[in-house]
Design a protein around this ligand. Structure first.
Ligand SMILES: Nc1ncnc2c1ncn2[C@@H]1O[C@H](COP(=O)(O)OP(=O)(O)OP(=O)(O)O)[C@@H](O)[C@H]1O
Length: 354
């Protein structure tokens, strides 16, 4: 649905050059929720704004719903943009218009007749759970309700794609969850493809099917969450599912074992202990839902050095588990129970990030 190839965008001002997006490839499938995670200044907003051409890229292809946007003329581009909704961190509502008036605004611009407009506004407010607030003004509603108005307005033109620019960053955790739930429901019920940018790992964990980590204008890794979780050494996986730091005895083998999907239902660890007659010490562990699928992560300790446990580790890998031997992982990665500095820092508040 969104195909981006070798995208590059450099800002030039007062003799200074900043390459905000430096050769990004991105493929978002129809019906997918894709999250781009990164610190402030990584280039996320610029990337998002290049998808609907609010920002014109210097190089690269931008194809949305089969149309190569940079090649379109003014009128064609305006029509193509109707198929791409956008929501923002600070909502961008018109304070002088009611909730209904804000949602009606894009329909007026599109030239939708008054009667149809009123019907459509009612449908959209119902969809986002704001039917009772049609006559309120933005100043009279909460932040979460304002974002619901933003979402209703973004959906006015029946877009296939929704771009979300830190849509929950200004909201408290409970309201964030309710907005994420709404986005997930719209994704499922309307088949809406969502590309979101965020600095919050929780957002990726809650609703994304796939994600990329962006740093200095580039993707350092990307892919479906299930694949990332099963990819040894993935920074995103460690950030999504950190384990607490656990001191371990020298001379023992400590390994982080990740179970994704079907593997969560099998008693692999007890089978290893029984069939290989080895003592498995569980140091830490958790089972969570990531991208809608159960994922388990355990930190285990086996007696003796890794060389002596090669057969046991191979057994776990053959059973479909991802196994990372802790002693082979760089020390900084083990800090904060597995979240490396860059991914951990992504969780800073927006105020800190600015
Ligand atoms: N209009 C502009 N003119 C000049 N430089 C810009 C402009 N917009 C962004 N930049 C620079 O491009 C880089 C990437 O900025 P961008 O806003 O895309 O990052 P971001 O990851 O979205 O960060 P944030 O979360 O703080 O918005 C930064 O160094 C920023 O200062």
């Amino acid at each position: 649905m969104i195909q981006i190839e070798k995208l590059r965008k450099t800002y030039r001002s007062r003799g200074r050059e900043v390459t905000a997006v430096d050769g990004v490839d991105l493929h978002v499938r129809a019906g997918e929720v894709f999250g781009v995670l990164g610190r402030s200044g990584a280039g996320k907003s610029t990337l998002l704004r290049c998808v609907n051409l609010l920002e014109r890229p210097d190089e690269g292809r931008v194809v949305v719903a089969g149309r190569e946007l940079p090649a379109l003329s003014g009128g064609e581009l305006r029509r193509a943009r109707q198929g791409i909704g956008m929501i923002h961190q600070h909502f961008g509502l018109l304070g002088s218009r009611t909730v209904a008036g804000n949602v009606a605004f894009p329909l007026e611009v599109m030239g939708v007749p008054r009667a149809r407009r009123a019907e459509r506004v009612a449908e959209l407010l119902e969809l986002v759970g704001l039917a009772d607030h049609a006559k309120a003004y933005p100043a009279q509603i909460s932040g979460g309700q304002k974002q619901r108005v933003g979402i209703a307005r973004a959906l006015a033109g029946e877009p296939k794609v929704l771009l979300s620019d830190e849509a929950t960053s200004a909201l408290d955790p409970e309201t964030t969850d309710s907005i994420l739930e709404l986005l997930r429901r719209l994704n499922r019920d309307l088949g809406l493809t969502i590309l979101l940018i965020t600095h919050e790992m929780n957002v990726v964990k809650r609703i994304c099917d796939a994600a990329a980590l962006m740093r200095d204008g580039r993707f350092t890794e990307s892919g479906p969450l299930r694949e990332l979780l099963a990819r040894p050494g993935s920074e995103l996986a460690r950030g999504l599912f950190p384990l607490p730091p656990v001191p371990h005895r020298p001379g023992a083998t400590v390994a982080d074992v990740t179970f994704v999907g079907a593997a969560t239902g099998r008693p692999v660890i007890s089978t290893l202990a029984r069939e290989h007659d080895v003592d498995v010490n569980i140091l830490a562990g958790a089972v969570e839902t990531v991208g809608g699928a159960p994922v388990g992560r355990l930190r285990i300790e086996l007696p003796g050095p890794p060389e002596g446990n090669a057969q046991h580790l191979a057994f776990l890998r053959e059973a479909g588990l991802t196994v990372e031997v802790a002693s082979a992982v760089p020390a900084e990665v083990l800090r904060v129970g597995g979240a490396p500095p860059d991914v951990a820092a992504v969780g800073t508040s927006d105020e800190e990030a600015k």
